[in-house]
Ligand binder design. Sequence first.
Ligand SMILES: NC(=O)c1ccc[n+]([C@@H]2O[C@H](COP(=O)([O-])OP(=O)(O)OC[C@H]3O[C@@H](n4cnc5c(N)ncnc54)[C@H](OP(=O)(O)O)[C@@H]3O)[C@@H](O)[C@H]2O)c1
Length: 251
Amino acid sequence: MARYGLIGRSLGHSRSPELFADLFAREGVSDARYDLFELDAVDRLPALIGAHPDLRGLNVTIPYKQTVIPFLHALSTEASAVGAVNSIRITGDRWTGHNTDIDGFRALLTPHLRTLTEQAGQVRPRALVLGSGGSSRAVAYVLREHGLRFRAVSRSRERGDLTWGQVDRTVIGVCRLIINTTPLGMWPEVHEAPALPYDALTERHHLIDLVYNPEETEFMRRGRDAGAVVENGLVMLKRQAEAAWQFWMGG
Ligand SMILES: NC(=O)c1ccc[n+]([C@@H]2O[C@H](COP(=O)([O-])OP(=O)(O)OC[C@H]3O[C@@H](n4cnc5c(N)ncnc54)[C@H](OP(=O)(O)O)[C@@H]3O)[C@@H](O)[C@H]2O)c1
């Protein structure tokens, strides 16, 4: 029996066990299990792997996507470029980090980009990325891949191009694609939303929320009320899990 799992903190509401149970069933894998490993500090990782010699792969979530890197023996090109790891392949005593949030966000973005590009003609749509944490780096990587210009919004002047107070109607008018990479609005704080001038949104805007719980976040609801196209992070979640499985299998 091969074991896989998720490391992080506060994992009680993770959807990963359910996602991997579906994936194992689809792939006809009957000799694998997926567990949640709550870690109170990332330096417990070597002891965890030592205690479970059947571990073949791990996913990594908040707050360890960056701090796990010094414990690994190798990084994929994507993980190095983004500076964050959400999947670890365990081959004997060699642990390799990879970032499959990139694959996940590519899958989520593609249909929106098609519509936005059709609407904009020759002009490449501009994006606004809310937040500057681990997932925003994967988002930025994919936006750059597509040659899209974007600005990042942060609470800190140092980490972003704009602070929240600078996001006015003009910025919203220019940026047709808005991606929420903050946890604002995630269960149980479902009434929170990024502070934006929502009344400046139009039906030509696309709002993507990486949050998927609840299914419709307050950010999405306000966008939908203004006529914008909205989507949550479920497609990304599913795709990043499939990509993690391929990586663990040596792909
Ligand atoms: N759908 C998926 O597959 C998927 C994948 C990855 C992540 N996610 C979701 O995306 C969210 C972020 O994940 P992450 O790993 O990037 O987390 P993270 O590393 O903690 O980054 C979140 C960023 O959001 C900003 N932020 C945090 N609290 C805020 C607040 N109260 N007000 C304004 N900004 C705030 C911060 O940026 P500043 O400090 O610069 O302000 C922070 O760096 C989570 O809800 C996670 O569940 C979903």
